[in-house]
Design a protein. Structure first.
Length: 302
């Protein structure tokens, strides 16, 4: 008997493309499965006049999708892992994380090749407090213009808002076939991505009959990287409201960990780069968070 599966997702072109990627992965191992996509509008899709860190609550890009999952209106949910809070709703779990695409941020501009070519007092479009604070430390005196909307809309705002450039996740540009707009890709040691950036996660109910099917497409390397990023994020207490970046880049038994933290006004700012082994990852995460929360660092008050 064929398995029938209802997949919940946001309705943006990027979200639908990511859902398509997830469905292709599922069908590659389960060719007889029948899939129907259900588009769900989330809180984050209805508030466009505020930067993300000014919206109260958490999980505003997945809340309504999770509610549909709990109500059994859908069988699985496809998310950008960067949008998933470190604590899930009771009864839900992430069953798989797909192989991560490039997690770095990209500089998009019509007139400049890199961030460091920008003139003083340039106007940069971003609604991310993580990006804003890091760019203040890199570039000094620049202006930031809040921009929201889908990827294509934000690219158009370079012209309509008279911006010198904008910052976007490179993976989103790639998935939409828009990577030509990326003038340069910004290394993690200059602009640390947020936890989970570039990774697609699939959420299910804990008692789901589809858990085994979904878990088979999990990418173990990406899972470990994202799990460590989210563990550090949880220990620090960061989300969209806190200027925090966490990225893990691994090779075999070893990894490089990039962490950025700061205050919204840029007065407290720091980056840490550590190398470690998976064998001691939990201990390294604990030590790192203790270091970040030391009085001279000030992470506990951000």
């Amino acid at each position: 008997m064929k398995k029938r599966l209802i997949v919940g997702t946001r309705g943006s072109r990027l979200a639908l493309k990511q859902t398509e990627i997830a469905i292709e992965a599922l069908k590659s191992l389960n060719p007889d499965i029948e899939v129907r996509v259900k588009v769900i509008k989330t809180t984050g899709d209805t508030i466009w006049d505020k930067p993300l860190h000014e919206i109260k609550g958490k999980g505003f890009f997945i809340k309504e999708i999770e509610e549909a999952l709990i109500a059994k209106e859908i069988d699985i949910a496809v998310h950008s892992m960067k949008d998933v809070p470190t604590e899930l709703k009771d009864g839900l779990k992430i069953a798989a994380v797909l192989e991560r695409d490039d997690p770095r941020d990209a500089f998009v501009s019509f007139n400049y090749e890199t961030l460091f070519e920008l003139p003083e007092d340039s106007k940069i479009g971003t609604s991310s407090v993580r990006r804003t604070v890091q760019l203040l430390g890199l570039l000094g005196k620049v202006q930031f213009v809040p921009i929201r909307g889908n990827v294509e809309t934000r690219i158009k705002k370079i012209a309509t808002e008279n911006l010198h450039g904008i910052i976007l996740a490179y993976c989103g540009l790639k998935r939409l076939g828009l990577e030509r707009y990326a003038k340069s890709i910004i290394p993690q040691d200059l602009l640390v991505p947020c936890a989970g950036q570039g990774a697609i996660g699939i959420e299910v109910r804990e008692d789901s009959e589809f858990f085994d099917i979904v878990s088979r497409i999990n990418h173990e390397k990406t899972w470990k990287e994202v799990e460590l990023e989210r563990k550090i994020q949880k220990l620090i207490g960061g989300g969209c409201h806190v200027p925090l970046g966490v990225n893990v880049e691994s090779e075999g038994d070893f990894f490089t960990l990039y962490v950025f933290f700061g205050s919204q006004d840029g007065s407290t700012f720091g980056k840490i780069k550590e190398k470690g082994s998976w064998e001691s990852a939990d201990e390294l995460a604990r030590q790192l968070v203790e270091k970040l929360k030391a009085p001279r660092r000030g992470a506990d008050t951000i």
